[in-house]
Design a binder for this molecule. Structure first.
Ligand code: FES
Length: 231
């Protein structure tokens, strides 16, 4: 076990835990955006910063979702420096995604109602990378990635053309925190936007055949009845 102090309280956590995991295990609230428990930590949004005190008297801000717990560490999750830093981060997110309800709520929770600056048009995408990582780590397809650098950085399919590997599962859409990604389902087709990938939908042979579905349902019902009768 690792012993450390968070907000003045001594706590113990298993080795290998990040500071964020330690805080969550002890009900200490930390805002996050690019973190998802089903994905590897990424450390992109910096909303989860906490202040780490050094024995020399200095301190530094670290992203708690990627920083491991260390023996004897002294951590502050709500210091002035932490709050200020999170507010600036929230302001920057809000400036680019001012019409995304989740970002608006997140910023409000950190005390930011109106950013001091704002992009002319809402980008909606905050480059949290959740969609890219989910496509890779959960679906195992890697149909999208972060391309370009600086202001031009964005999520896109390779060569920004319809992806040959995307299976239209919609995982990226479900995990997107800003609602930028959308699915359209029209009979027989599914579209993933804004990449304009359109797929012929493959239907399940059982679910889409009414007779077969009834037969399978009856078989399952009979099986359950047999099991109950033999108990
Ligand atoms: S949640 Fe830790 S950097 Fe985004």
């Amino acid at each position: 076990m690792i012993r450390l102090t968070i907000d003045g309280e001594p706590i113990e956590v298993q080795e290998g835990r990040t500071l964020l995991e330690a805080c969550r295990e002890h009900d200490i609230p930390i805002p996050t955006l690019c973190y998802h428990p089903a994905l590897k930590p990424y450390g992109a949004c910096r909303l989860c910063v906490v202040e780490l005190d050094h024995p020399s008297g200095s301190s530094k801000l670290v992203a708690s979702c990627v920083h491991p717990c260390e023996e004897g560490a002294v951590v502050r999750t709500n210091s002035e420096a932490v709050k200020r830093n999170r507010r600036v981060t929230a302001e920057l997110l809000l400036a680019g995604a001012f019409d995304a309800p989740e970002i608006v709520a997140l910023a409000k929770g950190l005390g930011v109602e109106e950013p001091r600056f704002r992009m002319e048009e809402s980008e909606s995408c905050v480059l949290c990378g959740l969609c890219v990582r989910a496509c890779d780590e959960i679906v195992g397809v890697r149909a999208i990635s972060l391309i370009h650098r600086g202001m031009a950085k964005k999520v896109a399919t390779p060569f920004e053309i319809s992806s040959a590997t995307c299976i239209g599962c919609g995982t990226c859409v479900l995990i997107c925190p800003t609602g930028r990604l959308k699915l359209s389902d029209v009979t027989g087709y599914r579209g993933v936007h804004p990449w304009d990938n359109t797929f012929h939908r493959l239907y399940c042979r059982v679910c889409d055949d009414e007779d077969l579905r009834e037969t399978r349902l009856q078989e399952a019902t009979d099986l359950i009845a047999d099991m109950e009768a033999s108990e």
